[in-house]
Design a protein around this ligand. Structure first.
Ligand SMILES: Nc1ncnc2c1ncn2[C@@H]1O[C@H](COP(=O)(O)OP(=O)(O)OP(=O)(O)O)[C@@H](O)[C@H]1O
Ligand SMILES: [Mg+2]
Length: 402
């Protein structure tokens, strides 16, 4: 109590205001400071050089469970700062207030506890600043607050955040698993699609062989037989006319068989190669629909061959593109450009027809089949169009033969 500054406690009442004009200037200031100290919700105490309390406000005394008078003169470290949160001894030499005090600087700490009279502790935030008198450090003023609520809020926030992170990482893991499964099944579907295309081509080739060998041979035999009959009709006009009809029907049937065979298994592809086959397709298209078709080869010599299945795929893609032009485009011109570079061949089919809104993801089977075939080739297909602006289909195929 010897170091206490008299007059700082107890708290002044409203009467002090009323009597201010009786006091000297200095005393009035003292009262005002006193009122400020007593009005703040934070604890404020002062210590002298030996760490003893020289004043404490009401809020400070309440926070540590003492009466202000009981605290004055007591060594504050030993009174309220004597142990760590786990109860282990807190040496005064380790105390930041002590150090800051010695070094004449301020300090702010919010990770420690202060102890109450009843032996309980509370998490506190405190600052300590030296008190100077004529340049000499004569003590320190310590401001402290109970931050139990803040700590609780912080730890609730941390727990929420941890929970949120846990959920996010759980969800991310679930999503990436689902994504991996999706990719797997997508890959499987692509392989299945490529396999089905292959099976379809094999099946077509098989049917083409059957039709060629059975139907084609029978019709040719029929033609021979009809020719054999002609000189034996003894110039009977009615029979001869009938024979002409039969010859004509047989000829038409043979023509139909040839067309079906070409569609099933483009022999021109086997005999002349892809580019001649594409040229033949364009000629057929022009003859059938009247659309003017032109083919230009740029740096991709007609001798340049892709593998057998790649050529069939390109042929089928061109077939579908031309069928679509004939069915939907109402075009008057089709221009096909083939450009070669050492590693790839680009085939571009442009029509000047109605155009269309390009779907973000093709779902109709014609377009889907074209994209699938291109992907199975290791190539890529691009569809550029807009209503009224014609349509361009660009196919890029890697040339593995080089
Ligand atoms: N060159 C084109 N010009 C204008 N529209 C086109 C062209 N090509 C395709 N389309 C449009 O794209 C749609 C989808 O084409 P896709 O080939 O997938 O189906 P389809 O030709 O209608 O039927 P499928 O090919 O299955 O017999 C067509 O219905 C048509 O509206
Ligand atoms: Mg189509």
């Amino acid at each position: 109590m010897d170091d206490a500054i008299p007059g700082l406690s107890p708290a002044p009442g409203p009467a002090v205001f009323a009597n201010l004009h009786h006091l000297s200037h200095h005393a009035a200031w003292r009262h005002q400071l006193e009122m400020l100290l007593e009005s703040t919700g934070e604890g404020i105490y002062g210590i002298n050089q030996s760490g003893r309390c020289i004043f404490i406000n009401r809020a400070g005394a309440d926070l540590i469970g003492f009466d202000p008078d009981e605290v004055l003169g007591r060594n504050m470290h030993y009174l309220i700062h004597h142990a760590h949160p786990d109860g282990s001894n807190y040496q005064v030499e380790q105390c930041p207030i002590f150090h800051a005090f010695q070094e004449g600087r301020g300090v702010r700490v919010e990770s420690e506890v202060l102890w109450r009279r009843d032996g309980s502790s509370f998490p506190a935030e405190y600052t300590s600043y030296p008190i100077r008198d004529a340049g000499q450090i004569v003590g320190a003023v310590v401001t402290f607050a109970d931050i139990t609520e803040r700590k609780r809020a912080e730890s609730a926030l941390r727990a929420n955040q941890a929970e949120l992170e846990r959920r996010v990482s759980e969800r991310t893991a679930a999503l990436s698993q689902a994504n991996a499964r999706l990719q797997q099944s997508h890959g499987a579907l692509q392989r299945l699609s490529a396999h089905l295309q292959q099976v379809r081509e094999d099946e077509r080739a098989h049917i083409a062989r059957e039709i060629h060998d059975e139907l084609g041979a029978s019709l040719t035999a029929l033609q021979f037989d009809l020719n054999w009959l002609r000189p034996r009709l003894a110039h009977d006009a009615a029979l001869e006319s009938k024979l002409d009809d039969m010859m004509s029907v047989t000829g038409q049937a043979l023509g139909a068989v040839r067309r079906i065979l070409t569609d099933l298994r483009p022999g021109v592809l086997d005999h002349l190669g892809l580019w001649a086959a594409v040229e033949w397709q364009l000629q057929e298209m022009q003859a059938r629909s009247g659309v003017r078709c032109t083919l230009a080869m740029h740096d991709a010599g007609p001798e340049r061959r892709l593998g057998r299945s790649a050529e069939i795929a390109v042929y089928r893609i061109v077939q579908e593109v031309l069928t679509n032009i004939a069915r939907h485009a109402q075009a008057s011109e089709v221009q096909v450009d083939v450009t070669g570079c050492p590693s790839a061949i680009t085939l571009r089919v442009r029509d000047n027809g109605l155009g269309m809104q390009v779907p973000a993801q093709p779902t109709s089977f014609g377009l889907l089949g074209m994209f699938e075939r291109a992907r199975a080739l290791g190539g890529e297909l691009q569809l550029d169009s807009a209503p009224g602006a014609g349509t361009t289909v660009t196919l890029r195929v890697p040339d593995s033969s080089r």
